[in-house]
Design a protein around this ligand. Structure first.
Ligand code: HEM
Length: 507
């Protein structure tokens, strides 16, 4: 260990000593935090969480929620986490008092590197920059006219998807669901962002780099002990190397698109969307409050954000939906019958068809209920110290909404552990508002100010891909290897043993 490391360690320990003394005397600042498990000196509850040897999501679900109830505090090193689990408190915070709970907490140096100092919709604090970026995203990428204009992208990507599934099935005898869905959804989002139809190899490269970016930005030790950050120079160096790789991958696309736009739409066949139809076209001229015109770094960050946010969430949902269809052939047949009723055995399922298929909609909603891709929404923060459930929520706390629980709560759902799409046609799911505005029973997209701005687009990707796959193939378990519903955490909550299925062409 170098002398500077020793010096930093010594100073950090000294700081922690004083900080711990202050914390144990004052309770860490304002009194009246929600109660929570007693912590250890210095590390708070961090040690207990690490000793569980499983992801924090599952510790909250299986132990802490039952013990500490609707709102509790975890002291994770220097960070205070307030965890909210009840439907009423989630609704009060995110919907009724939305603006107060709409900010984001401080970020670690690694996350700041990838967001170019919080210049991304998901990480920007509640304020003018967030508002401008989000408004631009919604009007340019998600408005119904744009979604319709870009439907050829989904058609192209799903044709490739079907060919790939057929090829894989004939080579291996089965298909891997998640990897194929990830690749397809990622290719759609790359094309929506850059207007470019690129090769499968390039898509795979971008997908793999962006997956690494997501994993490296997950919370790590320095997130809980910012004071120790200087000791983690190696991690920061690795993060910088990955950031360079991300820039090498995406800056060429940014430049090609810029040249295409500036030339009024003259370019090779790669630039397939007309000028104005790609998300990045709107970002070239955007005047971002506090930033001015966006540079290449910011453009890469904003496009990566859209690709990352939309890939895993939709692909994971497809994998869980297909798991249930493989396990329950009756549901699969019912769904197939509905698709055939709308488009016939040989027709092509279109985007307007899927909107009319009520059973398909119910299968997808039930999948979002039973397997929300994120068990928590992203971390929130309050814009000023406030109260929730009678307790104080300090300004510097991370507020974590455990939204998966409300969709499992037996007080809100009949037989919540059962996968039963029919509940959304007749029964306890009929009037459910997935945006949470009228009350919170399931929140796959969050609620309030920070609700996923691409809820309709993400749902369309899932509906259309699922309908096409079930229309084309009968999905069966691999003989001798029944799928396991065990789950694990990989940014989203995914199947621990990725789903493999045998696919038989329907016609
Ligand atoms: C099945 C698909 C999807 C699910 C389940 C999903 C879910 C979520 C959730 C839970 C949040 C966090 C809400 C909060 O912090 O309170 C979120 C935020 C976000 N999502 Fe999605 N999402 C999906 C698809 C997409 C797609 C396709 C895109 C982009 C093309 C996207 C872009 C974003 C962005 C930019 C945010 C940050 C919003 C903000 O902080 O204001 N999402 N999403």
């Amino acid at each position: 260990m170098a002398f500077t490391d020793l010096l930093i360690l010594f100073l950090a320990l000294l700081f922690l000593r004083f900080w711990w003394r202050y914390w144990s005397v004052t309770g860490g600042g304002p009194k009246n935090l929600p109660p929570g498990p007693a912590g250890w000196p210095i590390v708070g509850n961090l040690g207990q969480v690490i000793l569980q040897h499983r992801h924090f999501v599952f510790t909250v679900r299986d132990h802490l929620r039952a013990k500490y109830g609707p709102i509790f505090t975890m002291q994770m090193g220097q960070r205070t986490l307030v965890i909210v689990t009840s439907s009423e408190l989630i609704h009060e915070a995110l919907v009724q008092r939305g603006p107060t709970f709409a900010s984001r907490p401080e970020d670690s140096p690694i996350r700041l590197l990838f967001s170019v100092g919080k210049c991304a919709i998901n990480s920007a604090e509640y304020g003018p920059l967030w508002r401008t970026l989000r408004r631009n995203f919604v009007t340019e990428l998600i408005n119904p006219a744009r979604v319709k204009q870009c439907s050829w992208i989904r058609k192209w990507a799903l044709e490739n998807h079907m060919k790939r599934l057929r090829r894989e099935a004939s080579e291996k005898g089965f298909v891997e669901v998640l990897s194929n869905c990830r690749l397809t959804i990622c290719s759609v989002l790359i094309c929506l962002c850059f207007g470019a139809k690129i090769s499968e190899d390039e898509i795979k490269k971008i997908e793999s780099v962006l997956k690494d970016v997501m994993l490296i930005t997950l919370p790590k030790l320095p997130d809980f002990f910012p004071v120790l950050t200087p000791l983690f120079r190696k991690q920061l160096r690795q993060a910088k190397a990955l950031r360079n790789k991300q820039l090498e991958c995406l800056v060429p696309l940014v430049r090609k698109r810029k040249a295409f736009v500036e030339s009024g739409g003259n370019g090779g066949p790669e630039m397939a969307s007309p000028v104005g139809a790609a998300y990045i076209d709107s970002l070239f001229g955007l005047d971002a409050p506090g930033r001015g015109k966006l540079g290449e770094e910011e453009l890469v960050t904003l496009c990566s954000e859209a690709i990352n946010a939309g890939t895993d969430t939709s692909a994971t949902t497809l994998e869980w939906a297909l798991l249930h269809l493989v396990l329950d052939q009756e549901i699969q047949e019912k769904l197939y019958k509905e698709i055939v009723e709308h488009v016939g055995k040989d027709g092509l399922v279109t985007e307007s068809d899927v909107e009319k298929m009520s059973y398909l909609g119910a299968v997808v909603k039930e999948t979002f209920r039973r397997h929300p891709p994120g068990h928590f929404v992203l971390s929130h923060a309050v814009t000023e110290e406030t109260k929730l459930g009678g307790y104080t929520i300090p300004e510097n706390a991370s507020v974590e909404f455990y939204t998966a629980w409300v969709a499992e709560d037996p007080a809100l759902w009949d037989d919540p552990g059962k996968f039963r799409p029919e509940r959304f046609l007749v029964g306890d799911g009929v009037d459910v508002d997935v945006t949470g505005t009228r009350g919170v029973k399931m929140l796959p997209f969050g609620a309030g100010r920070r609700i996923c701005p691409a809820q309709t687009l993400g749902t369309l990707h899932v509906l259309l891909s699922l309908a096409r796959m079930v229309h084309a193939f009968k999905w069966l378990p691999v003989p001798g290897a029944p799928p396991s519903p065990a789950e694990t955490f990989a940014f989203t909550v995914v199947m621990k043993y990725p789903l493999k299925a045998v696919i038989l062409p329907r016609v």
